[in-house]
Design a protein around this ligand. Structure first.
Ligand SMILES: [Zn+2]
Length: 265
């Protein structure tokens, strides 16, 4: 059932100044979700969600009302995409404000039904600040096989992603579906969802979408490379270790830094 819904533009008009003042004067987070939702930070995050949503649609990573995007707002709230909307057509008032239990506090529409997946990721991994879920064709084709292309072949992928996990299939929108990513979310920023699509987390919405782009292109390029008729050349293990050392310094996740031996993916 839809929870309390406050027209966001009204809330924004009434409280924007207060929000700016609270955040500027105290340097602390406001306790009021509506004040926080009307803050300049929230306006910028809504604009970023809308821009990334259009990008997903333009790149044909979503069809119909598919895909969803969310981002943390302060420590207790999220901004997320609504249900039943094309990611091409969103306006600021369409973006929902939710708490970490999935209760909608503001926004003119119902939240995405797949917010439980996002909440599971945020709850399990404090480093996840933004989540993008979509259905790009090459990555989703792999998800249909329950497998991911091997790691160790392309430096860009190694730098930003590393080995990709495949979460088992569950009915989308359910708690069981959300929990399928839990074994992987600490050490993988990119997870294939079997028979469904992909989900990525990062520090920003834009960066999470970059992970989707990088992996989608990798899936496509890997398939092309296999058609060339020559054996694939893997990056030497010593060079992978250099990349892992860099990722460790930057605080980027990689399953190979979690005690998992190289080559086991
Ligand atoms: Zn989906």
């Amino acid at each position: 059932m839809e929870q309390m819904s406050v027209p966001l533009e009204v809330a924004a008009r009434d409280t924007a100044q207060a929000a700016a003042g609270v955040l500027r004067e105290t340097g602390r987070e406001s306790n009021s979700p509506l004040v926080l939702a009307a803050s300049p930070e929230a306006h910028a995050l809504r604009a970023e969600i809308i821009q990334v949503g259009r990008k997903l649609w333009e790149r044909q990573y979503v069809d119909g009302n598919g895909g969803n995007i969310s981002v943390r707002l302060g420590s207790k709230y999220l901004l997320c995409t609504p249900t039943m909307m094309s990611k091409r057509d969103m306006e600021p008032a369409d973006i929902c404000l939710s708490d970490l239990d999935g209760t909608i506090l503001a926004g003119q529409r119902m939240r995405t039904s797949e917010l439980l997946l996002h909440l599971a990721i945020y709850t399990a991994n404090p480093r996840a600040h933004a989540v993008v879920h979509c259905h790009p064709p090459y990555a989703t084709a792999y998800a249909m096989t329950g497998s991911a292309p091997p790691s160790g072949l392309l430096s860009e992928v190694e730098n930003s992603i590393g080995p990709v996990a495949v979460a088992p299939y569950e009915t989308p929108g359910t708690k069981a579906f959300a929990e399928t990513v839990l074994p992987f979310v600490a050490d993988h920023n990119t997870i294939l969802l079997a028979n469904h699509g992909i989900v990525c987390w990062a520090d920003t919405v834009t960066h999470a979408e970059w992970l989707v782009e990088t992996f989608e292109t990798y899936c496509k390029t890997y398939l092309i490379a296999q058609q060339i008729g020559k054996p694939l050349t893997f990056i030497p293990d010593s060079k992978i270790q250099e990349i892992l050392a860099l990722k460790r310094r930057l605080g980027l996740p990689d399953a190979r830094m979690a005690g998992k031996p190289l080559g086991s993916d």
